[in-house]
Design a protein around this ligand. Structure first.
Ligand SMILES: [Zn+2]
Length: 311
């Protein structure tokens, strides 16, 4: 068994490596890519092969855990398990609190060790968004789950030292922002771009650097589910046009351009990039029917487009 200091050094090294490999958490990695990690000149496995929680035999605490990708309709644990406090829940393995995997995660909690969370975003080969570091900040044994917060070590330790309510409020806002920026956004982006095979739904542009995952109904909206069915892969210009109601997409997947723009004469971007697309069908949709935009969400967004046009 390694000492806690050794465990911590390994964790820091693994987290640093994953951040570089994943472009600071923005890009997903395949299992094979994750297997490339070396520590002190030797390969060191960071991700479980089968089960969710990974605790190497040589360590006392779990090192990582994972959530497998599920097609829409099958909820993912973290989606339906975000508590009122904005923190995410991760289920125990099975029912036994003393299962070695659960003991391993609990040990990480008790000793405040940083962990890695791999979240599946689909694809062949399967890809995972590494979210790290994350900390176990609590356990809810009656509900058989751990409470997880993605946060930097600095903030994590700051959180533990203070009882000040102003500070607690600040930390709470920090955690909810980190969860959004480091977990929900990259997972959403990777899932949507993968489903649209790195192409803009409207114009078929295929350059990942120029693509965004757009929400059909905004994230802040009650209906704005963070799922691929509320997403569209759009190039930067079509994303901005969609968000500002210059362009709308009807529930039957037809592109609409605001009438006053159709009248306007301008350069080639307006002509080819927007006006000529009026009335055409989306050029790219996910192959899997279950991953295509949900009709009711398109309806909500298209009505907003029509209303914006009228006003
Ligand atoms: Zn486009």
């Amino acid at each position: 068994m390694w000492s806690l200091d050794e465990e911590l050094a390994l964790r820091h090294s693994a987290i640093e490596w994953l951040k570089i490999r994943s472009d600071d958490g923005a890009e997903p990695l395949t299992r094979d890519e994750i297997l490339d990690f070396e520590y002190r000149g030797q390969k060191f496995r960071l991700q479980a092969t089968q089960t969710g929680i990974w605790k190497p035999r040589i360590l006392r605490a779990a090192l990582s855990f994972q959530t497998v990708f599920r097609t829409p309709g099958q909820a993912r644990p973290y989606e339906d398990e975000v508590g009122r406090d904005g923190l995410i829940r991760y289920m125990w393995r099975g029912d036994d609190p003393l299962h070695p995997d659960n003991v391993g995660l609990r040990f990480a909690h008790e000793h405040q060790l940083p962990l890695i969370w791999f979240i599946g975003v689909g694809g062949a080969p399967k890809k995972y968004q590494p979210v790290c570091p994350v900390f176990i900040v609590d356990e809810e044994p009656e509900l058989k789950r751990f409470v997880v917060a993605p946060m930097d070590e600095e903030a994590f330790f700051l959180r533990d030292r203070t009882q000040d309510t102003v500070m607690q409020g600040t930390i709470k806002r920090y955690i909810s922002r980190e969860t959004k920026v480091r977990l929900h956004q990259p997972v959403f982006r990777s899932t949507v771009l993968r489903a649209y095979e790195d192409r803009c739904a409207v114009c078929n542009l295929g350059h990942r650097q120029l693509l965004d995952a757009a929400h059909i109904v905004p994230d802040s909206d009650d209906r704005g589910v963070a799922s691929v069915v509320n997403g569209l892969a759009l190039c930067k210009i079509h994303h901005a046009a969609f968000d500002s109601f210059i362009m709308g997409i009807s529930p039957d997947h037809v592109v609409h351009i605001r009438p006053d723009l159709l009248e306007e004469i301008d350069g080639p971007m307006l002509q080819h990039g927007l006006k000529e697309l009026h009335g055409s069908n989306l050029m790219k949709l996910p192959r899997a029917r279950g991953e295509r935009p949900r009709r009711d969400l398109l309806e909500v967004s298209f009505n907003k487009f029509l209303n914006a046009e009228a006003s």
